[in-house]
Design a protein around this ligand. Structure first.
Ligand SMILES: [Mn+2]
Length: 429
């Protein structure tokens, strides 16, 4: 027996903020979640799996119109034509009460009830699948505790959307401990919700496959599903990448680089290494330039120079599609900061003032609020509300004002730029 376990497909997840990127491959990015599902269907057919498990967040949100549902249904019909069944639990993003539109499912689909845990037995395969959909977006109860006991003599699978005991960057839903899962005596827990793949336990096998397609620059690396073969027990389980756009965050050290003409080669090497072995996907790269180099002064005098050099490097990569999503610059000029801080000039004052803010998170937050007061005052209320919930920009470009680490990074960057500019001014004849 063979099955596929996927989760968090987030079909038609809107990629926010793309319009501000000139030259972004919009069509490929927008269609990525759909293409990944098509690839999953192709894998299921090629591998002749017996069934497919989807552990929540099949949809990103309530459909804008019926096209989203019709697209997904069409893919499931393709599976049904060769007798592949699909088992679905709804998660926080596609909770039962949250979906206002519906389309009747084809017969090869089972969506588990959102009222109570259910069991489906596949007699011919000797499998029992247990599941419970989210009734609402916020499920605070431990759903796993009420899952039915294992069916004796069957391979038992628990299908569940859960944060387990919590994970960074993910809201807590249907909390459960590994001990709670183990207490059910199942053979496999097909989990969803955490977007980074994680094998929580080998026996019983407890797995978050991660999402099928990364949605933004913070969901990096290969994304895909689990392909599991069972003969009495799990005999093999493999991660199969299915993403069509792959997000990367790449740090390139420019410390050894003194001249602009050497930048593309250094960056292209790093890009080439990052795309190795995956030539069919579009690689979306967020590049962070670090190191102490005189190039920082060049960038300060002609902003955009290094971003253009990184774009140039992307042109030089062969055998893969590379799109530079963003270039972040965290360079330092070869200046002696400690020595500058002892001076009585503007440079010294700047260094001392940055030190004060760096050591006082509250003061830093207040400073940023004051500095941004004018801007914030002009934003419409809904944008402000979105900012407060960190939902305005999924790429994470806009730091929250209570995120001290992000503000510190901004402060360091501002200091580096100012020091370079001030230094250039003071040393001019
Ligand atoms: Mn999700």
């Amino acid at each position: 027996m063979r099955f596929i376990h996927a989760a968090d497909l987030h079909i038609d997840s809107p990629l926010r903020g793309l319009s501000r990127y000139q030259g972004a491959p919009l069509e490929r990015l927008r269609g990525a979640t759909r293409r990944a599902l098509e690839r999953l269907v192709e894998l299921a057919i090629a591998q002749q799996v017996d069934f497919v498990l989807i552990a929540g967040d099949l949809y990103d949100r309530d459909w804008q119109d019926f096209h989203t549902g019709l697209f997904v249904r069409e893919q499931i019909v393709r599976l049904g034509r060769i007798g592949i069944k699909v088992f679905i639990v709804q998660g926080n993003h596609d909770a039962q009460s949250h979906m206002t539109r519906q389309i009747p499912w084809p017969e090869n689909v089972k969506v588990f009830s959102s009222r109570t845990a259910e069991t489906v037995r596949l007699e011919a395969l000797g499998v029992a699948i247990h599941g419970h959909s989210f009734p609402n977006r916020e499920v605070n109860e431990n759903l796993a505790k009420n899952y039915p006991p294992a069916v004796p003599g069957c391979f038992n699978i628990g299908l569940l959307h859960t944060s387990l005991t919590g994970a960074d960057g993910h809201d807590t839903y249907a909390p459960a401990s590994l001990a709670d899962l183990k207490s059910r005596n199942y053979d496999y827990w097909a989990l969803g919700h955490i977007h980074a793949r994680q094998v929580v336990c080998e026996v019983p096998r407890v797995v978050f496959p991660g999402n099928l397609q990364g949605r933004h620059a913070r969901e990096t690396g290969a994304k895909g599903c689990e392909l599991v073969t069972v003969e009495g027990a799990v005999v093999s389980a493999a991660f199969i990448p299915l993403d069509v756009v792959r997000w990367h965050q790449l740090e390139v050290d420019l410390q050894p680089i003194q001249h602009l003409e050497d930048v593309p080669r250094q960056v292209a090497q790093a890009l080439q290494a990052a795309v190795a072995g995956a030539d069919e996907v579009l690689h979306a790269m967020r590049v962070l330039l670090t190191g102490e180099t005189p190039l920082h002064a060049l960038e300060a005098s002609q902003p955009g120079t290094l971003a253009a050099a990184v774009q140039a490097a992307a042109q030089d990569v062969s055998g893969a599609d590379v799109w530079i999503e963003q270039v972040k610059i965290a360079l330092r000029s070869p200046l002696d900061r400690q020595q500058l801080g002892q001076g009585s000039d503007a440079l010294g004052e700047l260094v001392r003032w940055v030190d004060v803010l760096s050591n006082d998170g509250a003061a830093l937050g207040q400073f940023c609020r004051d500095a941004l007061a004018d801007v914030l005052g002009k934003l419409p209320p809904d944008v402000l509300a979105a900012l407060a919930h960190d939902t305005l920009d999924a790429s994470g470009d806009i730091p929250r004002l209570d995120d001290t680490q992000a503000l510190l990074a901004l402060l360091k960057d501002a200091e580096a730029t100012l020091l370079t500019r001030l230094n250039a001014t003071e040393t001019q004849p």
